[in-house]
Design a protein around this ligand. Structure first.
Ligand SMILES: Cc1cc2nc3c(=O)[nH]c(=O)nc-3n(C[C@H](O)[C@H](O)[C@H](O)COP(=O)(O)OP(=O)(O)OC[C@H]3O[C@@H](n4cnc5c(N)ncnc54)[C@H](O)[C@@H]3O)c2cc1C
Length: 504
């Protein structure tokens, strides 16, 4: 009998995993919380908008559409859209964990379903990361991902005059979408120095041979930048924004290699919005619930077949490291084959693409790290946890007096990380600040980073050398691996629909 592979996530990684598992003869259930397949990279314009050419909004949409059609029509594939997995249930006697999900649009009546497969592929992607600076909680400050999603799929501009800041090539498509929509993009500021970026992108060029598509995409973004006269400046960043009730101006500083602002280099730029991206944080709630170990930087630890340390669980895409859509798709293809019981290393071409994908991830992390000087940007009064309004000063005063677990103390004393986002936005920043406060080495970062028994597995983890190399920024990228009984918001009424055994 064919294996039943359950894939969570319908982005480039998840759809590639589903396709390759089908090719290997498996039966597949593909679960995605969006209306349509595509994930973040190929996020669609909502069908209700009835636009004439919905696939012309960006790269790869035609291929994503072919893949979506194949998956929704394949006789061995069940595709569930508007399906949110809120819980992963491990069995006492081992085996593949069960998946609990709610089917339907949030806010409307939804129905429960529990799915038990033979293998699970997690491809849930990542969240935008922004490191705090004075004024980052003002209206008019957006993550680059939010600005991109609004511009691409809703045709909404975050402002008329926008400054982009952060690190990584993702800033370029965002600039393109904003400029194409009619915004005046004041500049794209890349915080890392140009020589660092050039050094890492030009060494061992043969390793980029599978990235020809990305090179063409890059050329298009550069051409767009030239056409719209968008300056690209390296070694600079927005370090503060100000305005009366909303963004009116951004303060830009030149940075040293460490991202510490150079005294006397500050200038102000009048804008009505800024879009910021300091990399991404893995969306690892389901992976933690499945019992998969994480690396020091919070990404899911996988082996050469994308297998996690949890029994019968594989992971792929930005959940395991940041590399963009093509890398995610290659990792998904490997994970799907392995989860279906095939040996992905037998496919020589795929093995080569997987190896170069891994190299691409390492190159991206080396060229565009987040550097510790970013922690000097916020001031004692800067809000760090926006849900609960907790400032850096409040956190520091807790840490000055805390004994035992500093992260937990900060949570209990200030409520930081306990609001609606449940630490998804702030936890990595709180942890980075806490580690900095204890930079004298008196505190073992790993011990403190992991409050609660749910994270005990991390403590004994021996990270293989390759995995550690993929860590973007030791000490800065470390997120707090939060185990939550519910990985997505669920109404109490919906839980009340379950019987006493927890069955629908
Ligand atoms: C907001 C945002 C916008 C981005 N836009 C672009 C862009 O325009 N261009 C670009 O080059 N890169 C973009 N990126 C980077 C992009 O995420 C990756 O390059 C690529 O999409 C990663 O593929 P993936 O399959 O790993 O994850 P994703 O594409 O993020 O796919 C993950 C999928 O999992 C689903 N999911 C997550 N949790 C659950 C759950 N509990 N239950 C059910 N489904 C779940 C999500 O709905 C999503 O469809 C963006 C990133 C973000 C955060």
């Amino acid at each position: 009998m064919s294996r039943h592979v359950v894939v969570i996530g319908g982005g480039p990684a998840g759809t590639a995993a589903a396709e390759s598992a089908l090719r290997a003869g498996a039966t597949v259930t593909l679960i995605d919380s969006n209306e349509a397949l595509g994930g973040q990279y190929n996020r669609r314009i909502p069908a209700a908008y009835e636009v004439r050419r919905p696939l012309s909004i960006g790269h790869g949409y035609a291929a994503a559409e072919r893949s979506a059609r194949l998956l929704s029509e394949h006789p061995r594939c069940e595709y569930l859209s508007w399906a949110t997995v809120y819980q992963i249930e491990r069995h006492l006697d081992g085996g593949c964990p069960a998946v609990r999900l709610l089917l339907g649009v949030e806010g409307d009546p939804r129905t429960h379903r529990v799915i038990q497969g033979d293998a699970l592929v997690l491809a849930t992607g990542a969240y935008d990361r922004v490191c705090p600076f004075p004024g980052w909680d003002l209206p008019g400050v957006y993550t680059a991902g939010a600005a991109q999603t609004l511009a691409k799929t809703q045709r909404v501009l975050v402002g008329r005059s926008v400054l982009l800041s952060g690190t990584g090539p993702f800033l370029l498509p965002v600039a393109q979408s904003l400029a194409a929509g009619g915004a005046d993009v004041a500049a794209v500021l890349e915080a890392n120095p140009g020589r660092r970026i050039a050094r890492h992108w030009t060494t061992r060029p043969w390793q980029l041979r599978h990235s020809a598509g990305k090179a063409a995409e890059l050329l298009e973004y550069i051409t767009c930048g030239v056409r719209h006269r968008i300056p690209l400046r390296t070694g600079r960043a927005i370090v503060a924004v100000a305005g009366d009730g909303r963004v009116e101006e951004a303060t830009v500083a030149r940075l040293d290699e460490n991202w510490t602002p150079i005294p006397g280099s500050h200038t102000t730029v009048p804008v009505d919005a800024v879009a910021v991206s300091h990399g991404f944080t893995p969306q690892h709630e389901l992976a933690v619930a499945a019992g998969a170990q994480l690396r020091a930087d919070g990404f899911v630890l996988v082996d050469g077949t994308q297998r996690t340390t949890a029994e019968s669980v594989w992971a792929a895409g930005e959940l395991t490291g940041i590399g963009g859509s093509q890398v995610s798709a290659v990792e998904g293809a490997v994970a799907g084959l392995a989860a279906a019981g095939a040996d992905p290393t037998m496919d020589r071409a795929l093995r080569a693409r997987h190896r170069t994908a891994e190299q691409f991830v390492a190159r991206l992390a080396a060229a565009h790290p987040i550097r510790p000087g970013v922690l000097t940007w916020s001031q004692p009064e800067t809000v760090i946890c926006r849900c609960e309004g907790t400032s850096r000063g409040e956190l520091a005063s807790v840490w000055a007096h805390a004994t035992g677990d500093g992260y937990r103390s900060a949570k209990l004393a200030t409520r930081a990380g306990l609001g609606p986002c449940q630490g998804r936005i702030c936890a990595a920043n709180i942890e980075a600040l806490r580690v900095r406060e204890h930079a004298d080495g008196a505190v073992d970062a790993q011990d403190r980073a992991c409050p609660g028994s749910a994270c005990e597995t991390l403590h004994d983890q021996q990270y293989p050398a390759g995995a550690v190399e993929r860590s973007a920024t030791p000490g800065l990228a470390a997120a707090t691996p939060a185990w939550r009984p519910l990985a997505a918001p669920v109404r109490l009424r919906e839980l009340a629909d379950l019987d006493s055994e927890g069955q629908p």
